[in-house]
Design a protein around this ligand. Structure first.
Ligand code: SF4
Length: 191
């Protein structure tokens, strides 16, 4: 019997390693790289290339969604100053999950899921709530997965090393990039 088809939102290749390892036996998974939050474009291409490299190694097919940065900025307008993990992130995750739900419905997938929950900065309950709402709105099925469990983050670091794939040092958007640079300058005593 064929396995159910799962469309998996991938925010970055390192997080996809764990998701694929844990879900592959039960599902026929396909990645969906829809991340208009990533800034700058050079970094977007770097993460996309990392997923391309991973997909060749683990045989995970994937499609790329549109890099529509204007839509992302509109989604988080007014929330630019929020801390990481706050309302800006909620809207950012919502945009990406809803687009995945839509693609899952259009592509005839049995379900969709997201790999966000590998990150220590992402709340699985928030991701699951948004996923459940999107599934209802688009008439598809959301698969809840807490990939942080059983040392998921640690495992993603190990697998990234094993596969030799690029691992980013900030979440993705211009605000998270600024904040990490600010923290580094503070640590080094800069202004
Ligand atoms: S910090 Fe990450 S999740 Fe939050 S808005 Fe930026 S890219 Fe999106």
């Amino acid at each position: 019997m064929s396995k159910p088809r799962l469309l998996l939102h991938v925010c970055c290749a390192p997080d996809a390693t764990v998701a694929f390892e844990r879900l592959n036996s039960e599902f026929d998974a396909e990645g969906f790289f829809y991340n208009p939050n990533i800034h700058p474009e050079e970094e977007y291409l770097r993460r996309l290339n990392a997923l391309e490299a991973l997909s060749r190694v683990i045989d995970l097919p994937f499609t790329e969604g549109p890099y529509e940065t204007g839509i992302w900025h509109a989604a988080v307008r007014g929330l630019e100053g929020e801390r990481e993990g706050g309302r800006r992130c909620e809207e950012c995750i919502r945009l990406r999950i809803r687009r995945t739900a839509e693609a899952a419905k259009d592509g005839g997938f049995d379900a969709f899921a997201a790999v966000f929950s590998v990150s220590p900065h992402k709340s699985p309950s928030l991701v699951d709530r948004i996923g459940g709402e999107a599934a209802r709105d688009f008439g598809t099925t959301y698969l809840a997965t807490d990939l942080k469990k059983k040392n998921g983050f640690k495992r993603s670091v190990e697998l990234s090393r094993t596969y030799g794939i690029y691992r980013q040092d900030y979440c993705g958007c211009v605000y998270s990039r600024r904040s990490i640079r600010f923290d580094r300058e503070k640590e080094s005593g800069g202004s």
